[in-house]
Design a binder for this molecule. Structure first.
Ligand code: ASP
Ligand code: MG
Length: 405
């Protein structure tokens, strides 16, 4: 008997017919004789609706109440899924984050999981019933308030529960049948990847492939949880996210990702002195703003520099206001922003051992007359920032040059 965690995303519980379909997949797994633990997201669109409701008030100053509101989408869907299963003659019981409890830190709207007590889940399983757990939510450690885990957080709930119960697999049901070499909406020739390493998936997720929340991949890697991404419509085998395997090395580049949610901020004319980067990034980090690419360029005269960094579109306004707030301290003259940018990245384990990948990428972009603003690299990825209008052209060209078509 295996223990399988099944997670159904918003599109897989979007309406009553999708809920019935999800319950069929749950019952199939259950009938195989496996122990099944289910995590459910809010019905598609519900969380956004709830967020918009809270935006009628000053929600950023009331993040605890914001969490009370936006966590309710999951309460509805776990109730519906449990009712549906019970109607099919399969015992099921819903569990909310606080009931388990999923204990988190007090960081409202982006809380991190500290600990999961699995007794309540085990008790339901012992009763031969299926626990239907609300994703995305938990309870704060000190104040015992409801918290949420950030957009897409039910992936993290699912992997965390799989890890804490040493599940044999964590199946993430969604509306695509796996992870693709690129976004099939842009590259029709993109192919489904059968197996991908945690490392590559981590890059994919953080670079804009929206299949899994990045934190869920980090957690899967840390606790060695075998994750499968698959479609609830087809129920066919999807993409397995697993530990690096020997033959995985063969793929030089395993995928091309893009994100149009990039913008850059340039601080002009700063004094070149020790501590300047710390002065810039401390307020950003205190505000939980994720900074991605960073470039410092010297001026010809030698003493002054410009500093460019990128943040996501949603953080731009706050980042600029923080910079202006600390203008004197940082000592820049002007600030320039650009939100019409796109980050294109190539990812592959093979880059660790092969040279010439960067050259090939840059030559390809040059041949299409695409200008690169910023470059950043890691061991297994190269990212470039380009004008947003060239996104499609760049992704298609790279997909074909790296023989992924
Ligand atoms: N319902 C939440 C959201 O839309 C969490 C999730 O679906 O993963 O962000
Ligand atoms: Mg999701």
């Amino acid at each position: 008997m295996s223990l399988i965690v099944q997670k159904f995303g918003g599109t897989s519980v979007k309406d009553i017919s999708k809920i019935k379909r999800a319950c069929l997949l749950i019952s199939t797994e259950h009938k195989k004789g496996n122990q099944v633990v289910v995590i459910v997201s809010a019905m598609a669109g519900e969380t956004t609706k709830l967020i918009n409701l809270s935006k009628n008030f000053n929600y950023s100053k009331n993040l605890d109440e914001y969490d009370v509101i936006v966590s309710t989408g999951e309460q509805v869907s776990v109730g519906l899924v449990s009712m549906c299963l019970n109607g099919m003659g399969i015992k099921a019981q819903s569990l909310l984050g606080w009931q388990i409890p999923i204990i988190c830190d007090d960081n409202h709207s982006k809380a991190k999981i500290i600990e999961i007590n699995t007794n309540s889940i085990l008790k339901i399983l012992k009763n031969s019933a299926i626990p239907i757990i609300a994703g995305f939510q938990g309870i704060s450690y000190t104040e015992k308030k409801i918290v949420t885990l950030g957009r897409g957080g039910s992936d993290t709930s699912a992997v965390a529960i799989a890890a804490s119960m040493s599940a044999d697999r964590c199946d993430i049901y969604t509306d695509v049948d796996g992870v693709y070499t690129s976004d099939p909406k842009i590259v029709p020739k993109a192919k489904k990847i059968d197996r991908i390493s945690y490392e590559e998936m981590l890059e994919f997720a953080s670079l804009g492939a929206k299949v899994l929340q990045t934190r869920s991949v980090e957690m899967a890697m840390r606790y060695n949880v075998e994750v499968q991404v698959l479609s609830s419509a087809s129920g066919q085998p999807g993409t397995l996210v697993v530990k690096e395997e020997k033959d995985m090395e063969k793929a030089l580049v395993s995928g091309i990702t893009h994100s149009k949610e990039e913008c850059n901020i340039t601080l002009i004319n700063l004094e070149d002195r020790p501590g300047i980067a710390a002065k810039i990034f401390t307020p950003l980090s205190d505000a939980n703003i994720n900074v991605d690419m960073i470039v410092q360029t010297g001026s010809e005269s030698g003493n002054n520099i410009n500093f460019t960094f990128t943040v996501s579109d949603s953080d731009l306004k706050l980042a600029v206001s923080l910079m202006n707030e600390h203008k004197n301290e940082i000592g820049f003259q002007r600030i320039i922003t650009n939100d019409k940018l796109s980050k294109i990245s190539i990812v592959g384990l093979g880059m660790r051992t092969h040279s010439g990948v960067a050259k090939k990428m840059f030559t390809t972009l040059a041949s299409k007359n695409i200008n690169i603003h910023v470059i950043s690299t890691s061991e297994i990825k190269i990212s470039v920032l380009i004008n947003e209008e060239f996104t499609e052209l760049a992704v298609k060209a790279l997909h074909s040059v790296f023989e992924l078509d």
